[in-house]
Design a binder for this molecule. Structure first.
Ligand code: BG6
Ligand code: MG
Length: 225
């Protein structure tokens, strides 16, 4: 497929596509700021700082791997057991933030895109690294749109491994080459490509490589209507 929208063209759903698999954080909901606040609080409690730029590098990265990276950046060594405690502490702080999410706390166009896809008989799955994905889908009132939810609890291997998307396609009973993935992280784009799926990258050409299409907001998925 050509990157025909990279120079201002509009996204148009390829004819062969039967299913759309969405990443969650950064695609449907703006949770990066909550991850940032919780990780920063954890880093500060350990005596070092954590920047927004570092937070950017954790997009699509699992909780345990994110903690490993943060401890490396802070030059702090912790045992496996201590790391589990720290990951739990961060998640408790994160949960306190996402518990307040409610219907409407979705990114612009997300609900319209999901509504359009359902009305046009596309299958819809979630393919997220987050173990909190179901809670976020429920709190924001969009869980009913999904035919399948594959989250961080359902996979053995994190993105860029294709497992999360292959499981999504299997649950939808749609072949990989008839699925398109919508992703905002490089790890997620790499995972989708490894799964043999088409990829719509959400972000800028400066940050993301390998996507078949690039858009700057999920609502651009509707631009062919
Ligand atoms: C991804 C986020 O979707 O989920 C990452 O982009 C996050 O930043 C990962 O670390 C795991 O999330 P959770 O909710 O299981 O800690
Ligand atoms: Mg994401």
């Amino acid at each position: 497929m050509t990157q025909n929208n990279l120079h201002g063209g509009q996204f148009s759903m390829p004819n062969e596509i039967r299913a759309v698999i969405f990443d969650l954080d950064g695609v449907l909901v703006d949770t990066a700021v909550f991850h940032f606040q919780a990780w920063k609080r954890l880093a500060n409690s350990l005596g070092f700082d954590f920047t927004r730029k570092q937070n950017e590098q954790l997009k699509g990265v699992s909780r345990s791997r994110s903690l490993e990276l943060i401890l490396t950046w802070g030059n702090v060594h912790k045992t496996q057991e201590e790391q589990e405690q720290l990951a739990k502490q961060k998640n408790d702080w994160y949960l306190a933030l996402i518990n307040d999410m409610q219907p409407g706390d979705t990114l612009p166009g997300a609900v319209e895109v999901l509504t359009y896809l359902r009305a046009n008989h596309y299958k819809i799955a979630l393919g997220s690294a987050s173990k909190n994905a179901r809670l976020i889908l429920k709190n924001t009132g969009i869980v009913h749109f999904f035919d399948a939810v594959v989250d961080g609890n359902a996979v053995q291997r994190s993105k860029p491994d294709p497992e999360v998307f292959l499981k999504g396609a299997l649950a939808l009973a749609v072949p990989a080459d008839k699925c398109v993935v919508v992703e905002d992280s490089q790890a997620g784009i790499d995972a989708a490509r490894a799964a043999g799926m088409q990829v719509v990258g959400l972000g800028s050409i400066d940050d993301l490589t390998g996507a078949d299409y690039l858009i700057s907001s999920v609502k651009e998925l509707l631009s062919d209507q």
